[in-house]
Write a protein that binds this ligand. Structure first.
Ligand code: IMP
Length: 426
């Protein structure tokens, strides 16, 4: 039995797409379990770059079963665009399966996300994610399967929902509403395209695990964007943490053997909210430029800062991390010295654990240790032994501060620029 969960250990954008793609070569099945088209996973193979939002990063391998689980909110228009985009580039999407239970992101969700974010200033991706999950929890949402099995029931409930949403959009916010008939026609044509991909994905994944296949659960966003454990309210509306893999796919926790935390060698975040190690000076700009830290989904510049071991220890605890995959180590190549935050200072006290309260986090000052940089190009390094001594020392310091060993280190965006210290699916 080999089921591995891959999660982001920071605020997302850790390079999960690249690591998933790398591991997918040895996996039989790659499963997305939460989030939606707010995710942006970049995969570079040879000289080709692929941006994936809803489709698992395993899709580039023809024999890997790729599953969009019930926990993912699906914008059918975006999904169709992504499928067609891959097909146009010669990628076979025949191995893609989407859960009947996946909730729909509808045009009014996107509109509401846009309007409400102006007020809440969370800085969402405006992909309708929050309003779609809100409808799911409120039991006023729709699932892909509703469009297939009980179409009459769907039409009746959908008409009511469009009316309710129009009331909010028009009367409360004074903006243009939606035409029910137009929306319905659009959805009915989209589902015809997607129907062949729909499946009972819980059963598929369960059977794959039972048959001893190698299953990889691909998280989107990151630990600190988790609705329960993240920096609420500056979070996404799902559970990117490891526990989300079970509810978001319909498999039990006893099926999971390993949890890999993807850790970027420094820290970034998009959108608003406290960020103790943020660098707002030239160093931050250097990280942004060297690391090409601009959102895959929105193009927004990411906020950049030093690595924060308090966050990483929290990620180890919340996710039960068994291994680390350290990414973008090469971005630090030119630094003379590198800082790592090991604790916070708050109100005269030293905090070693991530604070429960956002107001406290907002006032935390980072306590740094400083380590020497390696000032050498490592993008061509292919084994751990070949890394410069100071780069190895930086990695070992991360292992010491988190209590978890690395299995993979990425030294560039390409699939080939990945150093393996320990095989994941052996
Ligand atoms: P939403 O997921 O669009 O509702 O956005 C909520 C918060 O999560 C915002 O701060 C976004 O910038 C952030 N977010 C959502 N998806 C990603 C991602 O894939 N990477 C990084 N941040 C994300």
């Amino acid at each position: 039995m080999s089921a591995v969960v891959l999660v982001g250990a920071q605020w997302g954008d850790e390079g999960k797409g690249k690591i998933t793609d790398f591991l997918a070569e040895r996996a039989d099945c790659v499963v997305r379990y939460q989030g939606g088209s707010n995710a942006g996973h970049t995969v570079e193979v040879q000289n080709e770059k692929f941006m994936l939002h809803l489709i698992p990063s395993g899709i580039l391998y023809p024999n890997t079963l790729c599953v969009v689980g019930n926990g993912v909110v699906v914008d059918m228009g975006k999904l169709i665009e992504e499928i067609q985009g891959l097909q146009a580039r010669g990628i076979d999407t025949g191995n893609l399966c989407i859960s009947f239970r996946a909730p729909l992101v509808l045009p009014y969700h996107k509109k509401l996300d846009e309007i409400e974010d102006r007020k809440s200033c969370i800085g969402t991706t405006k992909r309708g994610i929050g309003p779609a999950y809100a409808d799911k929890i409120n039991r006023t949402g729709f699932r892909l399967g509703d469009l297939v099995v009980d179409r009459d029931g769907f039409k009746e409930r959908f008409k009511q929902q469009v009316e309710d949403k129009n009331r909010i959009i028009q009367e409360l916010y004074g903006e243009a509403g939606f035409d029910y008939k137009e929306l319905l026609d659009q959805l009915l044509s989209q589902i015809e395209f997607l129907k062949p991909y729909l499946a009972d994905t819980s059963l598929l994944v369960h059977n794959a695990i039972k048959e001893g296949k190698r299953v990889l659960f691909e998280g989107a966003q990151g630990t600190l964007l988790d609705i329960d454990h993240g920096t609420y309210p500056y979070v996404t509306s799902s559970n990117p943490t490891a526990g989300g893999a079970c509810v978001g796919t319909g498999i039990g926790p006893t099926c999971i053997n390993q949890v890999i935390g993807v850790v970027k060698a420094y820290t970034t975040r998009v959108g608003e909210g406290p960020f103790p190690t943020e660098l707002t000076d030239e160093l931050g700009e250097t990280l942004r430029q060297k690391g090409v830290e601009f959102g895959t989904t929105t193009g927004r510049p990411r906020r950049c800062g030093w690595l924060d071991a308090v966050i990483l220890r929290y990620a180890v605890r919340i996710n039960g991390l068994t291994d680390l995959a350290i990414t973008k180590l090469d971005v630090l190549d030119s630094f003379e010295t590198i800082k790592i935050c090991v604790a916070y200072r708050y109100d005269g006290q030293l905090l070693e654990e991530f604070p429960e309260n956002l107001a406290i986090l907002g006032k935390c000052e980072p306590v740094y240790i400083e380590v020497p940089g390696w000032q050498q190009d490592i993008t061509g390094v292919t084994s751990y032994e070949e890394l410069p001594a100071n780069a190895k020392a930086y990695i070992e310091k991360i292992e010491e501060l988190t209590g978890v060993k690395q299995a993979l280190v990425a030294v560039g965006p390409k699939r080939s620029q990945t150093i393996v210290s320990r095989q994941i699916f052996d």
